[in-house]
Design a protein around this ligand. Structure first.
Ligand SMILES: Cc1ncc(COP(=O)(O)O)c(C=O)c1O
Length: 296
């Protein structure tokens, strides 16, 4: 019986080339990844048996490892095959997929050349990241005191575990004050992203999203830029100040887990779940399931 603890679930996990029972997928406490954050991961969703942007996620997984100077022993094609294998082994068609790669316990210290890269892929059912109320009311964001780092102080284009320490602290602070998530500004004080999703704003029918020069250029973000153009909206990638965001008509987040999630409030400013957000949310939902968007 599963207890809610992620180490105590039924199912199977792909680990270092083998499919093993969920509860046996363990690492030693003297694992380099645990002590020095030498770990990268992915977050993907499978819809009706197909992982959306599967190969792009595998390529980013490989690139994330390279960016933190960690050898990735598998190619993107091999990672694709392993993901499909573990989904099938768990008999899942609609699921969240979590590949993770980390340096092992073969060497423990700052230097890590003798370590091997270990890889695991887990998948489980995960319907909606922010819950159903987010659809109608939108979620709330609190501006974090933590900033997205300068590009030369962190590997900001790597989905590296170490970057998430500030995101967890931010989200805890937001939740303690009754908000759903945090708005992270960057080192210049410009709008960056939420703790696990990118941000878009709508003003007078046109869209804007920040330039991803110090935070993850999400695959969903790239998809939404394309969908916006296809749906006839103007879209600009520009620097956005918090003041400009305060004056937006609509705000929404994008991410593999978050999908397209409306924002109903940032700090003391309220927004409505407007027509642009709804249109693009529908278009995204149709695309990930490979269905044609219903005529607007
Ligand atoms: C910090 C952060 N920003 C943005 C994103 C959105 O990325 P994607 O759309 O590729 O899931 C994620 C999720 O992976 C994230 O963790």
């Amino acid at each position: 019986m599963a207890t809610g603890d992620f180490s105590d679930r039924d199912g199977l996990i792909w680990m270092n080339g083998e499919i093993i029972p969920w509860r046996e997928a363990k690492v030693h406490v003297l694992t380099h990844g645990l002590h020095y954050a030498s770990s990268v991961f992915e977050g993907e969703r499978s819809y009706e048996g197909q992982i959306f942007k599967m190969h792009e996620h595998s390529e980013r997984f490989v690139r994330s490892a390279e960016l933190i100077d960690m050898h990735m022993p598998m190619s993107a094609d091999e990672i694709d095959a392993a993901k499909m294998e573990i989904l099938a082994a768990n008999k899942l068609t609609d699921a969240y997929v979590r590949p993770v790669a980390w340096r092992g316990s073969e060497q423990l210290g700052i230097s890590a050349q003798a370590t091997q890269t270990h890889i695991a892929i887990a998948c489980w059912e995960w319907p909606s990241y922010f819950g159903e109320e987010a659809r109608t009311k939108g979620i709330s964001l609190q501006t974090s005191k933590w900033r997205a780092p300068m590009p030369d102080t962190a590997t900001t284009q790597s989905k590296a575990a170490g970057l998430y320490a500030t995101h967890t602290m931010s989200k805890h602070a937001a939740e303690a004050d009754g908000f759903t998530d945090s708005l992270m500004l960057d080192y210049r004080g410009l709008v960056a992203e939420a703790t696990g999703a990118n941000i878009f704003m709508v003003k007078d029918g046109a869209l804007k999203t920040p330039v991803p020069d110090c935070f993850l250029n999400g695959l969903t973000r790239q998809t939404l830029i394309q969908l916006s153009k296809e749906n006839g909206y103007e879209i600009e990638e520009v620097q956005i100040t918090p003041e400009e965001l305060r004056g937006a008509d609509e705000v929404f987040l994008t991410g593999t887990a978050a999908e397209v999630t409306a924002v109903g409030k940032i700090d003391d400013v309220d927004y409505t779940v407007g027509p642009v957000t709804r249109t693009l949310r529908d278009a995204y939902e149709a695309l990930v399931r490979q269905k044609k968007a219903a005529a607007a």
